[in-house]
Ligand binder design. Structure first.
Ligand code: ASP
Ligand code: MG
Length: 317
């Protein structure tokens, strides 16, 4: 394995790279992910890679949760397990790495759950977390096979959700919030692990009891923002299958313009009203922490994309 040869400075900056479901579900994209992470490392940065579940997997897990009976659940769970096993084979990594998660899937489908975390929402959170737990496990294996000395990190060991005033039971479990303040203890804990590149899950956190909770659908962008804010990162890069933020949804509006540089307020407006290219909740932690956000296209890593930053925009629409 080609270890990153230069020792990192104790105060080396952090860069967070987030990859969406369509990026992580394609073998060839993992070559780009490995290269991007190594390039950031060569800049002297520590890297946290945050991944979504493979595309469509969270929907498939939700369908298992909503299925009418255990037999239906089982059929769907088997198909989902097979998809991950086939993808492991396609990636050239050992499908046995998935065994703990697939065992948990079978157990949850049969109605079991972590005994400390009872109730339908807790069960659903555990079930839906498996998508990111599996994609990050496969991703770590493929990175290591490519010579990247990455470490798998459980996002639930990094983020504890904080109950919000008047928060519903549903949102406590399935759309939780994490305090996005700088966390020097986390920074030091990760720096002390002598690794330059970590790979972890978007979308998941723990609660005060140690149970798995979710950050809401599309919440992997928010996870990347939490890592950016908590680590005081130099920047967060969100990599997906679009070239950046557009003035309108390019799928509906042919003349939509790619926006090269925005401030957080403008980006918030677009994320809230616009084309779901960016989760609206991911911007405020970064704005408060003053961490810039890049939006890039995994299929075209050479393109500049969009930069969202605290400084005044130079290409306001
Ligand atoms: N996998 C989760 C979802 O589909 C989170 C994410 O990808 O952002 O909602
Ligand atoms: Mg998304």
């Amino acid at each position: 394995m080609t270890e990153t040869s230069h020792p990192l400075a104790p105060d080396a900056p952090w860069i967070v790279l987030k990859f969406g479901g369509t990026s992580v579900a394609r073998v060839e994209r993992w070559h780009s992910i490995a290269e991007l992470a190594q390039a950031r490392c060569a800049e002297g940065a520590r890297v946290v890679i945050v991944v979504s579940a493979l595309s469509g997997v969270t929907d498939a897990l939700k369908a298992i949760a909503d299925a009418g009976d255990v037999a239906d659940r089982r059929v769907r769970a088997e198909a989902l397990a097979q998809r991950h096993i086939d993808f492991a084979v396609e990636l050239g990594v050992d499908p046995a790495l998935l065994a703990p998660w697939l065992a948990q899937l079978s157990e949850l489908v049969a109605g079991g759950s972590d005994h400390r975390c009872e109730g339908f929402y807790a069960w659903q959170a555990e079930l839906l977390s498996l998508g990111e737990l599996m994609s990050s496990t496969l991703g770590n294996a493929v990175l290591r096979a490519a010579g990247v000395n990455s470490r798998w990190l459980d996002a639930r060991d990094c983020f504890e959700a904080q109950p919000q005033p008047n928060q519903s039971e549903w949102s406590c479990w399935l759309a939780a919030s994490v305090p996005a303040a700088r966390d020097d203890a986390l920074r030091e804990r990760l720096a002390s692990r002598q690794a330059a590149i970590f790979i972890t899950q978007g979308f998941i956190a723990r609660n005060a009891a140690g149970c798995t909770v979710l950050l809401g659908r599309g919440g992997s962008d928010t996870s990347a923002a939490y890592f950016g804010a908590c680590l005081g990162a130099d920047r967060v890069e969100i990599w997906s299958d679009v070239a950046g933020l557009f003035s309108a949804n390019p799928r509906d509006v042919p003349g939509a313009r790619l926006l090269r540089r925005l401030d957080f307020e403008e980006a918030q407006e677009i994320a809230t009203t616009g084309a779901k290219m960016l989760h609206p909740r991911c911007l405020s932690p970064l704005r408060r922490a003053g961490v810039p956000l890049w939006i890039r296209d995994t299929a075209h890593p050479g393109l500049t994309g969009t930069v969202i930053g605290p400084e005044a925009p130079d290409a306001a629409p």
